[in-house]
Design a protein around this ligand. Structure first.
Ligand code: NDP
Length: 260
């Protein structure tokens, strides 16, 4: 899968979203991260279709929402998402949150849809180590990706390692800490100065060099372009470790153990 994509949570489902997806495609993005919960799968599908870029060169991730989980419900949700996205397959389908007592049935439905070719890859989101350990013995196909909150305030090195040991690709949501905290971390300002890049570009480069797939959200054309302009520099190892060391174990989003 591409290592850098565009997230579209809270991007709306109108002109802003349309312009964002098309700007991203023109810039070089090929990965788009949506969810049935975001209520904009149809807008993403429409923008991709209108862009003229071949469907086969675009990678679409979407997710099953909490109240769509369960065996039959998930199959219905997958069909609904494919219709909304104007596609007959989804590149990566994720369980959005680990809904207790449901995620094993949800996974079984996803495995079947994977076998049918409707889902090219299947994975998890917001699954902590104990959730994965609970699910793994019930899998005939192992999860391929786990999408988690990840930024300098919540690094989760142990979970990164656990995913790596189980060949599960770690993917970061909220990689820019929601944008507003970018100017508050002094180290990021220093590194931005040192590498002549923005704080956002420093963080996205830190993701890439840690082999973490990252999906910053923006509806601002210049930011969409800037966030993609991270391929012409490399952070030194000491700077990578210095960003890791900012970890506070601080969530900006919900805690998977209490949210569902
Ligand atoms: P991000 O960390 O990507 O931050 C997005 C915010 O940062 C927006 O307000 C955006 O503003 C701003 N921003 C973007 N680029 C820059 C920049 N270069 N400089 C300054 N500000 C910037 O947070 P998200 O929560 O949106 O996470 C990214 C994606 O992850 C989501 O869109 C979604 O696809 C996914 N996600 C998945 C979750 C899950 O449970 N699996 C949970 C949450 C998110 P503007 O748009 O106005 O430019």
């Amino acid at each position: 899968m591409p290592q850098l994509g565009l997230g579209v949570w809270q991007a709306g489902n109108g002109q802003d979203l349309d312009r964002a997806v098309k700007t991203a495609l023109e810039t070089g993005y090929r990965l788009f991260d949506t969810a049935s919960f975001y209520q904009n799968e149809d807008g993403v599908g429409k923008a991709i279709a209108e862009s003229g870029i071949d469907r086969s060169s675009v990678f679409i991730t979407t997710k099953v929402w909490n109240d769509e989980q369960g065996y039959q419900e998930t199959k219905t949700a997958i069909q609904r998402s494919m219709d909304a996205l104007r596609t007959d397959y989804i590149d990566l389908y994720l369980i959005h949150w680990p809904v207790r007592d449901k995620y094993k049935d949800t996974w079984r439905a996803m495995e079947e849809c994977y076998q049918k070719g409707w889902l090219r890859a299947i994975g998890l989101s917001n699954f902590l180590q104990h959730h994965i350990e609970d699910l793994l013995p019930h899998c005939s196909i192992k999860p391929m990706v786990n999408q988690l909150e990840h930024h300098p305030l919540l690094v989760q090195k142990d979970l990164q390692l656990f995913c790596q040991q189980n060949q599960i690709q770690f993917e970061a949501w909220r990689p820019l800490m929601g944008g507003s905290l970018l100017s508050e971390l002094e180290l990021l300002q220093e590194l931005a100065q040192k590498y002549q890049k923005t704080s956002a570009q420093i963080l996205l480069r830190w993701n890439i060099q840690n082999n973490i797939v990252t999906i910053p959200k923006s509806i601002t054309p210049q930011r969409i372009k800037d966030n993609y302009n991270i391929w012409d520099f490399a952070l030194e190892e000491a700077d990578m470790l210095a960003i890791d060391a900012l970890d506070q174990g601080r969530r900006l989003g919900p805690d998977p153990d209490t949210f569902v």
